[in-house]
Design a protein around this ligand. Structure first.
Ligand SMILES: *Cc1c(COP(=O)(O)O)cnc(C)c1O
Length: 412
């Protein structure tokens, strides 16, 4: 593929939105909820319809052979390479993340594997935080190692000491904050500074915070990754992922996406565009309800520990408060005793569903499996239970958890 085939990182929609913003409010940046409500999509570009069109496409027709030859100057040339629908979502995410460009892929996991494939090759060394989303580890231990990449895991609290783990061939440092299931926070800026000093590219899985609560590129991260399946989709009915990159990393990311041959399907993209409109208000509710439940849980004698970054008693609360602007609806707590107590707790729940994923309207609970950890191992006693707090009434959720505690108490 010729590099000049790569679409420009900023569409005319985005440029127009910036021009409009500048006209109406001089140098003031639009707030994130305004970006969510209006996006960079300009209704005047399509007869005034408020929402972008859902374009189903493979072929794009050209006016002449001359236009075909000069296609790199055209905004759209083939379905795989993007449509007005994918462009609308990419531009919205780029604006929210403060990124030069964004790619869309069919799942959050693909939003992890594709940037890794873009920046790693045989003989390279890759550093990954140990509290990473489990399937990220499976990809690294499976595909990356098979490709000849050396994979090493580090403590989320490593901070600037990551410099000691850097090798001449370290190409990627992969972060996630907070950590999956155990919610350790990281000093993102310190890790990125040391990674850059060693010549590595930094990636951060930002799914938990969304760009409303954390903007990784402002802390030195090169590529910010999202499972759009979670809060942006918000209704447990779609899977999609995104990677938002700074100027230095965007071109290589986009080239790799197109070389591999993945993009987002139009209807899935539209569901996420629709979900984004209400993400701000949904997150306010997820945040308030989860904090209320976490506070209630931390007052109980039958709970050993609550892991919620926004709780002042949480061991990494300072790291959270210094870097993040808010918290979402996912946290965990430690139920003491054997797994039979955790199973009894979970099986007694009537409103919390037992299921994977999170970020939707409905509450979910799962027993956390930490058996793949190499640094941040699981507790000596008890089971972490992870709660995804949905949009239900908190009093009903409390009553449901009380059913769980009664069932666990009956086991012993
Ligand atoms: C769910 C999740 C993913 C993967 O998203 P999918 O769309 O389910 O593939 C990636 N990272 C984190 C932190 C997640 O929780």
């Amino acid at each position: 593929m010729r590099t000049d085939d790569v679409p420009q990182s900023r569409s005319h929609f985005q440029q127009k939105a910036e021009a409009l913003t500048n006209d109406s409010s001089k140098s003031r940046q639009r707030g994130p909820n305004t970006v969510l409500a209006h996006g960079p999509y300009d209704p005047r570009s399509l007869h005034g319809f408020v929402n972008p069109p859902v374009v189903h496409a493979s072929t794009v027709l050209f006016e002449s052979t001359a236009a075909m030859k000069k296609r790199q100057s055209l905004p759209y040339t083939y379905g795989l390479r993007g449509t007005p629908t994918t462009k609308a979502l990419e531009d919205a995410l780029s604006e929210l993340e403060g990124a030069a460009g964004t790619i869309l892929v069919p799942s959050g996991l693909a939003a992890i594997s594709i940037p890794m494939l873009a920046f790693l090759g045989a003989g390279d060394h890759c550093l990954i935080v140990d509290s990473v989303y489990s399937p990220t580890r499976s990809f690294a231990n499976g595909t990356l190692r098979r490709m000849g990449v050396e994979v090493e895991y580090f403590d989320p609290h490593v901070g600037a000491d990551i410099a000691a783990l850097m090798r001449p061939n370290t190409r990627v440092v992969f972060l996630e904050a907070p950590g999956s299931n155990t919610f350790e926070m990281m000093d993102v800026g310190a890790v990125c500074d040391a990674a850059h000093a060693g010549g590595a590219v930094t990636m951060l899985d930002n799914t938990w915070a969304t760009p409303l609560f954390f903007r990784p590129l402002e802390h030195g991260v090169d590529l910010s990754i999202h499972a759009l399946t979670k809060y942006p989709g918000g209704h447990s009915d779609v899977m999609l992922g995104s990677v938002s990159a700074n100027e230095a990393s965007y071109r290589r990311l986009r080239e790799t996406q197109l070389q591999i041959g993945v993009n987002a399907a139009p209807d899935d993209t539209y569901l996420v565009i629709r979900g984004l409109k209400t993400m701000g208000v949904r997150l306010q509710r997820h945040q308030a309800s989860a904090l209320e439940l976490a506070t209630w849980l931390s007052g109980r004698d039958d709970v050993a520990e609550v892991r919620h970054p926004a709780l002042p008693s949480f061991f990494d609360h300072d790291l959270y408060a210094r870097q993040f602007g808010g918290s979402s609806g996912l946290f965990s707590f430690l139920l003491p005793g054997g797994f039979d107590r955790a199973a009894a707790f979970l099986d007694a729940l009537e409103i919390f569903g037992l299921g994977y994923s999170w970020g939707g309207h409905e509450s979910l609970a799962v027993a956390v499996d930490l058996s793949d950890r190499t640094v941040c191992k699981g507790p000596a006693d008890g089971t972490f239970i992870r709660l995804q707090v949905g949009l239900e009434d908190v009093a009903d959720l409390v009553a449901d958890l009380e059913r769980g505690f009664a069932a666990a108490g009956a086991v012993g």
